[in-house]
Design a protein around this ligand. Sequence first.
Ligand SMILES: [Zn+2]
Length: 408
Amino acid sequence: MVAGLQYTLHRIRPVSHFLRVRCLPRPRRDTLEIRLVGFGHSAIRLDSDSPLGEPLMTQVRVCFADPQGMPTPPKTVEKIELSDSAWRQRLTPEQFRITRREGTERPFCGGLLHEKGDGIYACVCCGLPLFASSAKFESGTGWPSFFQPFASENLREEPDHSFGMFRIETRCSRCDAHLGHVFDDGPAPTGRRYCMNSEALRFVPRHRLAELAETDLAPVEHASSATSPPMLAEAVLAGGCFWCVEAVFEELEGVIEAVSGYAGGSAETANYQDVCTGTTGHAEAVKIVYDPRRISYEQLLEVHFSTHDPTTLNRQGNDRGPQYRSAIFYSDDAERAEAEAFLERLKNSGAFSAPIVTTLERLEAFYPAEREHQNYVACNPMQPYVRAVAAPKVQKVRSKFANLIRAH
Ligand SMILES: [Zn+2]
């Protein structure tokens, strides 16, 4: 470490035959020595003669969007560098996985694939404009595709050798978010295909372009300060098959993400095969990441209790077993108190003729389910169970809670 200072390794990525190491905070010198503990190396020296000794850039030239949605002249701004925990506060787990861990979303499932609106696609991490809707085209690949960036300054291209392939990765110039890859098989006039993850982008419609001009003010830095409260909250609810519960909550405005998974049992058996035996203690559950300024915990409970039957013990319809129990997994005493008060009101309301058997359980851990169970209803609309059980629930929430439904 440099001059006795402790640096946090921000990222280590294999790039061809060497490692690229980035540090937070940035070292003041462009020469540093690092020790890889546990790798048997004594030390690796990085200096300006090595391919790793590229200048440490803390500033970058990028373009913002003017009120007409056109790029402003390039402007020099500070790069945005946050710690992982600060990014986690700003992003949903899926956004974090994709942008900060070079992840890829499943094809045909991204929320922006079919977006046809007029506007700008901005970096989900820092709000930098990345693509105009006029450059979007249907590539048939299952990922949102564009033939040119909003401004070449705003995207950085890097060689990517992962998975034994050679590809060109694209990143946000200002915050280094991983966005996707670019290929040379796109349409005229550029011949390029920017293949993006929906989760790495935020679509801003034309009438709200003013939001993008403000990103110049770097709201990210403000939000990352240690004193600012987390912007998002999480709730974990169970009410039968998680495909259906997830599909219901995906409908709601203010819900950032609904993740199917398992709660109530231990890590070793948190998998679909074991949970299906009904002996692991888990319930099929859904973690709802939401913005409390746009939807409240109580509203989530209201929707939950309108879309499953809380009076049938260890059972929802034809799905039987404790893994299908109705449950609220609370994460702290305040949430528990709110859930208890809600259940009390529900009992007194007479909405159900039979007793409510929903369990209140402390959330010890939530284990996301296997990939094939995520977005199951959206990805498998013709599956018979989806059509028979999930679709009516989604219809019900759309009609009964029209005021809470997000604009499609
Ligand atoms: Zn960015």
